[in-house]
Structures are given as C-alpha cells and as structure tokens.
Design a protein around this ligand. Structure first.
Ligand code: 3PG
Length: 391
C-alpha cells in the first residue's frame, strides 16, 4: 500500500540541514520508524542552507505489517524549487559531460579525416605552403559566410583584440606550415609521434624563458617523452631530417601559440569558435605572401597539371576535403577548450594523436618496426604521466 501526503509549506517554516541531521544523530532511536536503520546509505549533503519539506510519503512493502512501514520525507534547499539530487545543476552537469564527449569524439574523427586527406594531397601535390594556405583560406571563407548569413554571430572585436591576436597568429602560422612541411616529407604517424613531445617543449620554454618552476614529477615525466620520441626517430625506416625538424618546429611554435593565446584571451568575451575564426583570417593574411615567395603560382600550376594527370579530377576533392576538415577539427577543438581545462584538453590531444597514428598506419600501410612502435608507446605514455604530474 502506498499513501502519499504532500505538505503545503507555510512561509517561514524551515529546518536547517545541520540542525536536522544533528538532531537525527543525537536523539533518534537506532530503529526509528521515521528513519529506519536499513537500507544504509552514505551520502554527502551541503548543510549551509535551510531545508524545506516538499513531500512526506508513507508506505509498507507488506500490507498490514506495521513493522515494515516507512515514511519518506523529501526536502529541498530553501532557494531551490526541487528536491535535492534532481537539481537543474546536476542535470546541466550531466548534459555538459555528454556535450564534451561529443566534442572530443568529433574532434578526433575530423582530425583523422584531415590527416588522411592532407597526406593524400601532399603525396600527389607536394606543395605544403600552398596546402597550408588553402586550409586557412577555407576556414576564413566558411566563417565569413557564416557571419554574413547570421548562421554564427559575428564577434565584436576592437583593435586591441587584433593586436593581442597577432603573436598568436604568427605562432599558429609557423606551427601549421612546419607540421605540413613535415607531413610532406615523412609518414603521418612519424610527424604525430614527434608532435606528442609537445609537453616537453612546453616545460622547457616555461622553465627557461618564463622562469616557471614545476614539481619534480613533471620533469621526470619528460624522460619517457624525450626518450620515446628519440627512440622512434632513430628507428624510423623513412627518416627525413626536414620532416623531423618540421615536427619539432611545430611543437615549439604551438607552445608559444598557447602561451600568447592564454595572455590574449584574458578578459575577452569572444567564443572559442569565433576566436579560432579570427585566428584563421589573420594567419591567412600573414602566410599568403610567404607561400607565394617560397613556392609561387608558377610551381603550383605546373605541379597541379601533373597531379591532375596522375590522380584525375579527384585531386580537387581531396584538396577541398583537407582544407575544410582542417578548419572543422580546429574549430571543434577550440569550442571544447571553452568547456574544459587546458589540462583535460592536452589529455584529449594525446588521445587524438593515438587515433591518428593508428589509423594512418593502417590506411597508408606504413611499415613499423617493433622497436619503433615501442618508442611511440613510451612517448605517448610519457605525455599521460606528464598530464597526471601537472595535476
Ligand atoms: C597543422 O597542420 O596545423 C597540424 O597538423 C596541426 O597539428 P595538431 O593540431 O595535431 O597539433
């Protein structure tokens, strides 16, 4: 039998949680019918606010058995309108976790697709400066159209914003071109193994340039990172110095990008998505003259004719895909940065590298020696240890 009594709350009648629980502990008999001893539950309750009774329910499992009758009393905090445990905060936290999970899965998926198309393009059309420029151009175009059509709200920016964005954009441009040059010379997996060493650069720059100090565990975690990357580089079958240095320069540039963007974003109200859009536009403006100077339209045109004769019109779709997916994965990663701490972000980034390394080895049938794979595994493990030590 279940009977339920709702208690209408007279204003002003409230029980302080602390009084309530203390009274319960001190004065109630161990087998009170109001607060039966079983089932026992461990719970944590904030006691700083008064509690209001919202509902009193009396029920018994076996009809007519007085001993098993129970009264359940539901209460909520004075400023809340719902019982504890079903609060909108709890629900929105659960929704936030689902949202972050979706961001992460999308970020990794888009990144894997980008890396595959990027390598396909670079194999057939080895112009990394143009490829980098196109990916920034695609992102800038997508966002300018989205703002014009009001699909996304345009950011409100001032001159100070663009000034503080400038060093970030310089570092982003260098890091992007260097990574693309690297991938044009070596296997995608090798570039990403070396890029998993980014935390080592972060610690070294912070220590020797910014004068920051870290706990010994952080320095120790650099041993497997540097050792693993070194082992992977020494045993890489298709080692190429330009490819290796490109990945190293990219690491260094991205550490500075992170330092500058942390400083530049302080107190600014531009969303992650729009921040990345502005970064793309400014980087495109910086990169275009350099791309023309280093490679130039003549080389691009000759190379394109060759790629077209070898691959066919499909090459155009590959180029479009690598450009669009580059923007999309970066946009999602900046959107997730809005929701999570930089530390969670760096763990997500390491997981992303694992998915890229594994999928590119499978798709491009990259030959891997066991000792080479061991080096990669040690480096990746080191980045996990690093993130734990930073906690
Ligand atoms: C780039 O081209 O910018 C790099 O591939 C980026 O690499 P990351 O986002 O994985 O660090």
């Amino acid at each position: 039998m279940i009977s339920s009594v709702s208690v209408k709350q007279p204003t002003g009648l409230s029980i302080h949680g602390s009084d309530f629980l203390q009274a319960r502990r001190k004065f109630l008999p161990r087998h009170s019918p109001v607060f039966p001893a079983e089932p026992r539950r461990t719970f944590v309750l904030s006691l700083s606010k008064p509690l209001h009774i919202s509902k009193v329910e009396s029920f018994s499992a076996d009809a007519g058995t007085e001993g098993s009758r129970r009264i359940v009393c539901k209460a909520y905090e004075a400023e809340r309108s719902e019982p504890i445990g079903e609060s909108p905060e709890a629900r929105s936290e659960a929704a936030r976790r689902v949202k972050i999970g979706i961001y992460f899965a999308t970020w990794w998926g888009l990144n894997v697709i980008f890396n595959i198309y990027n390598k396909k393009v670079l194999n057939a059309y080895p112009f990394p400066w143009l490829t980098s420029t196109l990916s920034l151009a695609a992102g800038s175009l997508i966002m300018l159209i989205s703002w014009a059509l009001r699909i996304a709200e345009a950011p409100k920016t001032d001159l100070d914003f663009w000034k503080s964005l400038f060093p970030v954009a310089v570092a982003h441009t260098i890091g992007h071109v260097a990574a693309t040059v690297s991938m044009s010379k070596v296997a995608v997996s090798f570039t990403h193994i070396i890029k998993s060493g980014e935390p080592a650069f972060s610690v070294l720059v912070s220590r020797f340039i910014l004068g920051e100090t870290f706990p010994p565990a952080v320095y120790l975690s650099l041993v497997p990172i540097i050792g693993g990357c070194g082992l992977a580089a020494l045993t890489e079958l298709n080692f190429n110095m330009t490819g290796f240095m490109g990945a190293m320069i990219s690491n260094l540039a991205f550490v500075f990008r992170n330092i500058f963007s942390k400083k530049g974003m302080k107190g600014k109200s531009v969303s992650g998505m729009n921040y990345y859009a502005c970064l793309s536009i400014l980087s495109l403006l910086i990169l275009t003259p350099f791309a023309i100077a280093v490679e130039g339209p003549q080389m691009w045109a000759t190379g394109f004719k060759e790629a077209l004769s070898q691959i066919g019109p499909q090459i155009v779709w590959w180029m479009a895909a690598q450009s669009i997916f580059y923007h999309l994965y970066n946009q999602v990663s900046y959107m997730s940065l809005d929701e999570i701490s930089p530390l969670t972000f760096s763990i997500g980034n390491t997981m992303k590298r694992i998915s890229v390394i594994v999928s590119s080895i499978i798709i491009f049938r990259t030959p891997v020696q066991p000792v080479n794979a061991l080096g990669a595994a040690i480096a990746i493990l080191g980045t996990f240890l690093y993130s734990q030590a930073k906690k």
